[in-house]
Structure formats: C-alpha cells, structure tokens
Design a binder for this molecule. Structure first.
Ligand code: UDP
Ligand code: MG
Length: 310
C-alpha cells in the first residue's frame, strides 16, 4: 500500500447520537489500531439537533483519522450513508451504525475475508434476539416478499454493516438515482460476496428513530425501488375479475331468461360494487406510489446537501 493511502474507510451516519459519539469513536479507533491498517472514520452528521456535531468536532481535535461531513438538514439514513460513501477514500468501505449495535470487533474478520479475495463481505445477524418479536417477524416477511418479487436477491438479516471494496463502491457511485434504498443498491451491484455472522447487540445509549411507520416506508422504498411486480399484478387481478364477472354475468342472464326477472339481489349487488371499488382504489394507490416516485426522481435533486466538512 502506497504511503499516505487509506486502506479502510469507516462510514457512520449520526442523527441525534450525542450520547454515543465518544464511546463509538474510541471503540472504532481501538479496533482499527489493532488491525494496523491506515484508516479514516467518515462521520456524517445527518442534521442532528442535539450536541452531536459539537461532540464530533471536539473528538476530532487534530486527529487526521476523523472526518466530519455535516449535512444541511436531516436527509435520512440512506442519504447520509450515500454522502459518507461518496466521500470515503479508502480501499475498502465499511458502513457501520453509530450506536454500536454492529460490533466493531467484527471488522478484522471482514478484512480477513476481503484479503481472501472477496469484494463484498456481509455481516449477517445470526442472532437477532435483541430485536423485538414484531421487528423480527416483519423483517422476515419483508425479506421473503422482496426476494420473491424483485430482480435482486437481498440476503435476509443483513443490515448496512458490511465491507465493500473500492470496485464495489465505484459501481455504487455510478448509480444516479436519488431515492436510495441502500441495502437494495448494495445487492444490485453484485460482485463476489462472502458473509460472516455476528450477534446483534443492544444500542449502547440513545434510542432508535426507526419506528413502525418509518420502517413501513423504508419497506415500500425497498420494494418499489427494485420491483415492478406490484404494478404488473393489476393486469392479472383485472383479468381474473373480468373473467369471473363474465361467468357470473352469463349465469345471471341465463337465469333471468329461464326464470324471469328476479328483483331481490340488493345485497350481492352492493357487495360487488364495494369490492370492485376497493380493488380499484388499491390499484390506483399502487400506481400512485410509483408515479410519486417517478415525480420525485424526475426532479433530479441531489440526495443530500453538505453544509460543511471538517
Ligand atoms: N440515522 C441517520 N439518520 C436518520 C436516522 C438514523 O443517520 O434519520 C443513523 C443513526 O444515527 C444510526 C443509524 O442511522 O447511526 C441507525 O439508526 P438506528 O439505530 O436508529 O436504527 P436501528 O438500529 O433501530 O435500525
Ligand atoms: Mg441501531
């Protein structure tokens, strides 16, 4: 490795994480010093409104290992991660959460696999016992559904914590979309992949900002970002309903001819109207999801804006 060249870039988004800044940086520095690699920690402050930025700046002091990218507001984790990856200069890039739920000790194992020749080394959550039942259940459902209907296969129980070589990072940087579902983007680019397992820990301090609603929206981003099946399925639903209606209509017409006009039927009529109305609204809603995304994407806004770099 050439003198002055950085081998490992650690990329971490921070959103209101003042309680964990010091513990996190200390932990990473300890682990990275042990590996003997040259490294940088790219800290992205995602518009925190607590003392995260001040903590980061004072922690940085005059250490050349720590870089701070301060975004102009909160752009969300996916955008913050994109900012960090865009600015990382290392031979390998490792995104990792600030809350130490992803154990830094694993980094040396990731590096080992990379030296064996893999371009992507996934950190797989072998044990998610620190996650709630509901989170595990919904996560599982999401991965199963996503993988069934998307062009890409996303490994289950893998977060953003992983190692990527420069080749992979350069490929990711070429993707022009501004609505980024990073886990999908990471899988989409491909490359030779290995994985190592770890136990997902509890947050060291602070609390998660990913509540149910935010996770649901993240799941929608994931699915609409990598699949058009939800759009195409309406063709088949439409064909099925039309065909069934045709059979039923023929039956009603024949029955009317044979048995005469049969006035009662209010209940079935109302049921069909409501059912079809509901189905149509769902269909329009799904189309709306995609149209909304096309609209946002077509503005060509950058995924993040940087206020200042330190
Ligand atoms: N994060 C961020 N912007 C946001 C929300 C979260 O940069 O709008 C960061 C956060 O600081 C942390 C990481 O994303 O480093 C993961 O967030 P969190 O621990 O809340 O999510 P969870 O682990 O519960 O999925
Ligand atoms: Mg977390």
């Amino acid at each position: 490795m050439a003198e002055g060249k950085i081998e490992v870039s650690i990329v971490t988004p921070f959103f209101n994480e003042e309680e964990v800044v010091n513990i996190f940086i200390d932990e990473i520095c300890k682990v990275m010093d042990d590996t003997g690699c040259t490294y940088e920690i790219v800290c992205v402050n995602d518009g925190s409104c607590d003392g995260t930025l001040e903590k980061l700046i004072s922690k940085k002091g005059n250490s050349g290992n720590i870089r701070i990218i301060d975004l102009s507001r909160n752009f969300g984790k996916e955008a913050a991660l994109t900012a960090g990856i865009d600015h990382a200069t290392g031979e390998v890039v490792i995104p990792i959460d600030a809350d130490l739920q992803d154990p830094p000790e694993l980094i040396s194992e990731l590096l080992k696999k990379w030296r064996e020749g893999y371009d992507v080394v996934l950190a797989k959550r072998g044990d998610r016992s620190t996650d709630s039942f509901l989170k595990k259940f919904t996560a599982n459902l999401f991965y199963r559904m996503h993988n069934k209907i998307s062009d890409i296969q996303m490994p289950a129980n893998v977060g953003d914590f992983r190692l990527m070589s420069r080749k992979v990072v350069n490929a990711i940087k070429q993707l022009p979309e501004n609505q980024r579902f990073m886990k999908g983007v990471f899988s989409w680019v491909g490359f030779k992949t290995a994985s190592v397992e770890y136990r997902r820990k509890k947050r060291v301090a602070g609390k998660t900002t990913f509540n149910g609603w935010r996770l649901w929206n993240l799941a929608l981003d994931g699915i609409t970002g990598f699949s058009t099946v939800p759009l195409r399925i309406w063709l088949y639903i439409g064909v099925f309903i039309s065909f069934s209606s045709f059979i039923y209509a023929s039956f009603i017409v024949i029955r009317t001819i044979v048995q005469g006009i049969d006035v009662p039927g209010y209940a079935s009529l109302l049921t069909f109207i409501l059912f079809l109305g509901g189905i149509q609204l769902i269909g329009i809603g799904v189309i709306g999801e995609y149209v909304g995304r096309i609209y946002m994407e077509s503005k060509r806004r950058p995924p993040y804006i940087i206020d200042r770099e330190y």
